[in-house]
Ligand binder design. Structure first.
Ligand code: BGP
Length: 466
């Protein structure tokens, strides 16, 4: 193989509970913020499709795990649903949920697929949100208890745990940019939510260490490299600040056990620092991880602001930078995201050079495309664009590994077309096509390509891979 990967490289994909399970108010599960928001404002969701309409993993788990096997996955990440396992967030455990997750974990293991389990993937139980969500420190206590229950129930078989998936996203969506419930725009509250999420993460890590389970614990971060428009000092400062706010606000605490000094100074200067309590710093230091999941979809290009700030407008991250549209950039027009494959290499190199080369893997990478039916030939979606997307990213990943980066695997987003939050089923990401109405599943060309790459532990140039 021209691009071959280290032995035991993780080939697989990622998904999440709410985006696949269905039965969003069945099987003893209670509402998450998504169920509530959808009930209140269904028009905020593409084609008014809500979290009850999914690929139905709650019913189809057995068949879906057989499909994972067919795609030659040796590992697979999904999340547990807090509101399914502990419907009121902090009380009784739901036995039906325990049976369901035991079945899933046992079947994955039977099929030789290592389960990677996330504890929180955007799906705050409504019962916890009603208490203030991550703004309330009591929710941190409830999360630690939930995490401990998961470790006790499943830690004998699950040895790769992740506290959070992309914890900055609920901060951005729920407290800055209005794409998650509770649709607040308030930087200080956003900063508090981010800070408390770091504390919740560290608290769960502590619980894991105390229990001395046989495995490792980490977190999944969406690292979005900040590229300045130019080497002009004003552009460099803008990029540095965007990096502090969107990447290092989580990356530094989980890898170094502390916040970057520059970030603290910046927020202090603007009166946006969250309230700290004695013991927080020690807790954060205990939150250092064993394994980092890196989600990479797109770069962030920035330039210095060249317009004045409206003094009446709410304080926002954009006080420090403007987005920059690089001429000639390659776009995924359906999702509106730039495709920049070297970004994956830059992230890994940054981790190697500046963070002690931690154990890590690519935990999500993918391409959401609208109306893929137009690419059907002989009953199958011929998604050559996705094969190109994957292989081009894998080449840069391969280069990173060849230079010494400690990257252990590559998981694609996602296994089967799934419910994408406010975007519903608009952009499809799966290796497997889902017919939502009939629930029929058909493997796409990219799924077959990936299955071959996994078996070969690598690939040649795309057209030579058959
Ligand atoms: C990541 C999330 C996933 C998934 C993916 C695709 O940020 O971890 O849950 O949804 O992005 O993004 P989207 O669904 O917004 O197109």
């Amino acid at each position: 193989m021209k691009y071959s990967f280290p032995d035991n490289f993780w080939w697989g994909s990622a998904s999440s509970a709410l985006q696949t399970e269905g039965e969003s108010l069945g099987g003893g599960k209670s509402a998450t913020i998504w169920d509530t928001w959808y009930a209140q404002q269904p028009w905020r969701f593409h084609q008014q499709i809500g979290p009850a309409e999914t690929s139905g993993f709650y019913q189809h788990w057995h068949e879906d795990i057989a499909l994972l096997k067919r795609l030659n996955h040796n590992s697979f990440r999904t999340s547990l649903s807090w509101s399914r396992l502990i419907p009121d967030g902090s009380g009784e455990v739901n036995p039906e949920a325990v049976t369901f997750y035991n079945n899933v974990i046992d079947e994955l293991l039977t099929q030789g697929i290592t389960p990677f389990i996330t504890l929180f993937h955007f799906d705050m139980p409504m019962a916890m949100q009603e208490q203030g969500g991550w703004e309330n420190r009591e929710v941190i206590t409830a999360f630690r208890r939930y995490a401990g229950i998961c470790f006790e129930l499943f830690g004998d078989r699950v040895s790769h745990w992740f506290t959070f998936n992309e914890p900055i996203v609920p901060v951005e969506g729920g407290y800055l940019y209005d794409f998650h419930y509770p649709n607040i725009v308030d930087f200080k509250r956003a900063a508090t939510v981010a800070y408390h999420t770091v504390l919740a993460h560290a608290s769960a890590v502590q619980a894991y260490r105390t229990g001395q389970y046989n495995g490792e614990i980490g977190i999944v971060l969406n690292l979005t490299p900040s590229y300045p428009r130019s080497q002009n000092p004003a552009d460099l400062t803008a990029a540095h600040r965007a990096d502090l706010l969107f990447n290092r606000s989580f990356l530094d605490p989980v890898l170094r056990g502390e916040y970057p000094e520059d970030l603290v100074v910046l927020l202090k200067e603007h009166g946006q620092l969250p309230e700290c309590q004695p013991g927080d710093a020690a807790l954060i230091a205990d939150g250092k991880i064993d394994l980092l999941g890196v989600n990479y979809y797109q770069p962030r290009r920035v330039k210095c602001r060249d317009s004045a700030i409206n003094p009446e407008a709410p304080f926002m991250p954009e006080w420090f930078f403007d987005s920059y549209e690089m001429p000639g950039r390659k776009m995924n027009p359906w999702r509106g995201w730039e495709i920049y494959e070297p970004g994956i290499y830059d992230i890994l190199t940054n981790l190697r050079e500046n963070y002690g080369n931690p154990r890590c893997f690519i935990s999500e990478n993918g391409m959401g495309v609208e109306n893929e039916q137009r690419f059907i030939q002989n009953g199958k979606i011929e998604d050559d664009y996705r094969i190109e997307f994957i292989s081009e990213h894998l080449k840069w990943l391969h280069k990173g590994i060849s230079e010494g980066c400690n990257c252990l695997g590559y998981h694609m987003w996602t296994f089967i077309d799934n419910w994408s939050w406010c975007n519903g089923y608009k952009n499809r990401y799966g290796f497997i096509q889902l017919d939502l109405a009939s629930q029929k599943r058909i493997v796409k060309k990219s799924g077959e390509w990936f299955a071959t790459a996994s078996v070969n532990n690598g690939f040649n140039e795309v057209n030579e891979n058959d």
